[in-house]
Design a protein around this ligand. Structure first.
Ligand code: FAD
Length: 379
């Protein structure tokens, strides 16, 4: 089996590297320190077509497939995981949900704005008391004629404050019924819909994470995506694709940490030799490179299957599980190779280490990926 890199992938990788050198690298430390979400960077990514990678051209997107999408996220995350995470959440979750389940009118209304980053998108599934157990959510919508009135809160929502539009999945039926939840698309400025507290995070600090609050928020039935009661089932399908993007995010962070450690190991001298000449360091590099390669194969395999319209439920979970754990291990070893300097903010290793940890948690923890994989094996 050979997964050939396409001309488009090569073009995207070059474009992202140039973009990163000019618009991300000079400021990424500052954003990380101050936890600033750099909206202007996403507007520029929109101009490059990277905020609507999978959106067909008829809706203003780039019309690419998953191979190009994985390449774009991995190359961005090789530079800065925060930017990769926000790009992935915007593309896969909010935009991806509308693309997959919106009607023609909703697609025409929202996709061109999202694909160009005129608007930033958010997606709300998680609640303060229900993360892994999202199906047990308590935010509720009650029907009132042609309207639904929403009350409750979502938390850990990427772009909860800066997002211009959010897709939110809320309860419209009985607790415990997987067909008792519905997805609504809601614009910023809607009465009763606001952003709450912004999280102060370990890593991914330039990616904004906030609460969403609903207080008697009235939304028209035209804002429902698909059918009433299908929101949770839709969300699980959105996550099947989304997990490929978190695998790509993990892959990029792991590759970035490896690049940095490889270069440093040849520059840093101890005992009058570069530290790369010590087998203890060289073998670490060999293990790191092998794990990155394996993560890459699983990620691109899932992407290729998704392009072919196959069910990727198990494969996207495997790619996400493996690549995210690799990102954590590789970033950990990178800090070790940098020694004391790896523990300081003067070098890049500590940021990869902090950012990598999110990958084993967001869009389903490693434990939940094992649940998805084993369920697919045992059914
Ligand atoms: C930076 C960031 C961005 C995010 N962005 C979004 C977003 O845009 N939209 C959104 O909806 N959500 C978002 N999330 C939420 C994220 O998806 C959840 O944090 C994640 O699903 C885990 O849920 P939890 O935090 O409630 O952990 P919990 O579900 O409380 O899990 C706690 C621990 O228990 C384990 N556990 C739980 N259930 C089981 C089980 N059945 N078997 C074994 N172990 C189990 C978990 O693996 C974990 O180790 C984001 C989170 C972060 C940190």
């Amino acid at each position: 089996m050979e997964l050939k890199t396409t001309e488009n992938q090569r073009m995207i990788a070059d474009m992202v590297r140039d973009f990163g050198a000019k618009h991300i690298k000079p400021k990424m430390r500052e954003w990380d320190d101050s936890q600033e979400f750099p909206v202007e960077v996403f507007k520029k990514l929109g101009e490059l077509g990277l905020m609507g990678v999978l959106v067909p051209t008829e809706y203003g997107g780039s019309g690419f497939g998953y191979l190009e999408y994985v390449t774009a996220i991995a190359e961005l995350s090789r530079i800065d995981g925060s930017i990769g995470l926000s790009m992935a959440a915007h593309n896969s979750l909010c935009t991806g949900h509308i693309l997959a389940f919106g009607n023609e009118e909703q697609k025409r209304k929202y996709l061109p704005k999202l694909a160009t980053a005129e608007w930033i998108g958010a997606w709300g599934l998680t609640e303060p008391n229900t993360g892994s157990d999202a199906g047990n959510m308590r935010t509720v919508a009650v029907q009132d004629g042609d309207y639904w009135v929403i009350n409750g809160a979502k938390n850990f929502i990427t772009h909860g404050k800066s997002g211009n539009v959010a897709v939110v999945i809320v309860r419209t039926g009985e607790v415990g019924d997987s067909h008792g939840m519905t997805a609504f698309v809601i614009e910023k400025g809607t009465e009763g819909f606001s952003a709450g507290r912004k999280e102060d995070k370990l890593g991914m600090r330039a990616s904004e994470t906030t609460e969403l609050i609903f207080q008697d928020c009235r939304v028209h039935k035209d804002q429902i995506l698909g059918e009433v009661g299908e929101g949770f089932v839709q969300a699980m399908k959105v996550l099947d694709g989304g997990r490929i993007s978190i695998a790509a995010l993990s892959l990029g962070i792991a590759q970035g940490a490896l690049d940095a450690a490889l270069a440093y190991s040849q520059e840093r001298h101890q005992f009058n030799k570069p530290i790369s000449s010590f087998q203890g360091i060289a073998f670490k590099l060999a293990d790191m490179a092998t794990e990155v390669e394996a993560a890459s194969l699983l990620t691109y395999q899932a992407a290729d299957m998704k392009n072919r319209g196959l069910n990727v439920n198990k494969e996207s979970a495997m790619a996400k599980l493996f690549a995210s754990e690799v990102a954590v291990r590789v970033a950990n070893e990178a800090v070790q190779i940098f020694g004391g300097y790896g523990f300081t903010k003067d070098y890049p290793a500590e940021k990869y280490y902090r950012d990598a940890k999110l990958c084993t948690i967001g869009e389903g923890t490693s434990e939940i990926q094992k649940l998805v994989i084993s369920r697919a094996m045992l059914k």
